[in-house]
Ligand binder design. Structure first.
Ligand SMILES: [Zn+2]
Ligand SMILES: [Zn+2]
Length: 367
């Protein structure tokens, strides 16, 4: 029952590397688990496509695979277990593998180690700036309580696996450009557990794990950046007892603030000031993120778009003992709907001003 990798990728047996790559990319995108959360069929399809591509994209493995297929297809081909470095030199593939920690058993199926779970988390601007704790719900496989994750009824009804002699590992040989390499891989009969379930657990049907919602309290440190990825080891899929748990991978979205923007630890804010404040100078109050107000002296003759730095009034990184600045950019506003009298006074003011009182205009005329 060897799988037909060419059919899985929808290419011909003579497909070129480029054809393989483009077929793989299309399918990988189509079945990517991030697009089908909790959909096991899609997750399996994704794994199959990965497995097929991993084999066919490696000339050595492809030749071996073709040879096995030509021999009647009865031989079992370990396409899913890749040796070290087998996927090197293909960054696109590595990217996908890394997302699932290179584990083709990901997704919490039978026996294998737990796959990674990717989730999106949205934080408010303040939460990201100051750090927060949040409860998030993760739907994942957990070891079954009834059988203590063994899959056997009452946690006792199993026998030693004869394929691996109860060790859970088997030797396998691999031809590499450097010769024949013998290494160990998990026994596929007992999925690396060393035991075969005699009577399956009725709670989990012998799988050893059950899917459920778990509430986790996650601490987000201060200064989380938008689109930052946080990996929480061991909080992904947890399958049977003894298996390695996957990771929880959080992609963080930060909601924009109505007033502030962020640049690392610096906070940026635009404030409107009247033309008279800019002209004569004034004490101005600037809002701070924590709700208080910070006073600063706007100097006489401030120009539109000027930025003033309020030192160490930005965000803090307590770990690095660093503080950012608050950068205040002024937006000078001119009054509207002037009365006749006001127009007259402004006109008088205008007539009294000398051209050399305007820096920019003076520079402009010089040029
Ligand atoms: Zn169970
Ligand atoms: Zn075994």
């Amino acid at each position: 029952m060897a799988k037909n990798y060419y059919e899985m990728l929808g290419v011909s047996k003579t497909a070129s590397d480029d054809e393989l790559k483009s077929a793989f990319r299309k399918l990988a995108r189509q079945y990517h688990p991030d697009l089908h959360p909790g959909d096991e069929a899609a997750a399996n399809k994704f794994k199959e496509v990965n497995e097929a591509y991993e084999t066919l994209s490696d000339p050595q493995k492809r030749a071996e695979y073709d040879a096995v297929q030509a021999g009647g297809g009865s031989g079992s081909f370990g396409g899913g277990s890749h040796g070290p470095g087998s996927s090197q030199g293909n960054s696109f593939f590595d990217e996908f593998v890394n997302m699932f920690s290179g584990d083709h058993h990901g997704g919490g199926g039978h026996g294998g180690n737990g796959g990674d779970i990717s989730l999106n988390v949205t934080l408010t601007f303040e939460e990201a700036a100051y750090g927060t704790q949040k409860e998030i719900t993760v739907n994942r496989f957990e070891p079954c309580a009834a059988c203590r994750g063994t899959g056997a009824k009452n946690g006792t009804q199993f026998v030693k696996c004869t394929n691996c002699g109860g060790t859970g590992k088997v030797r396998y040989a691999q031809e590499t450009p450097f010769g024949r390499v013998v290494s160990m891989k998990p026994c596929n009969v007992c999925a690396g557990t060393g035991r075969i379930v005699k009577e399956p657990c009725t709670s989990c049907g012998g799988r050893g794990s059950v899917r459920k919602n778990s509430n986790l309290r996650i601490t987000f440190p201060p200064g989380v950046e938008p689109n930052q990825i946080m990996t929480i080891p061991g909080e992904g899929e947890r399958t049977r007892s003894g298996a390695k748990a996957g990771n929880l991978i959080l992609t963080i979205t930060v909601q924009p603030h109505k007033l502030f923007r962020r640049k690392g630890l610096d906070l940026l804010v635009d404030i409107p000031v009247s033309f008279t404040q800019a002209l004569l100078g004034d004490k101005v109050f600037v809002p701070a993120l924590k709700g208080n107000k910070i006073a600063f002296s706007l100097p006489e003759g401030a120009q539109s778009g000027m930025t003033f730095k309020l030192k160490e009034q930005g965000l803090e990184n307590p770990k690095k003992q660093m503080k950012g600045d608050l950068l205040v950019t002024i937006d000078i506003e001119l009054p509207r709907n002037l009365s006749k009298e006001q127009r007259q006074k402004i006109k008088e003011l205008h007539d009294s001003l000398k051209p050399e009182q305007y820096d920019k205009a003076r520079e402009f005329i010089k040029k």
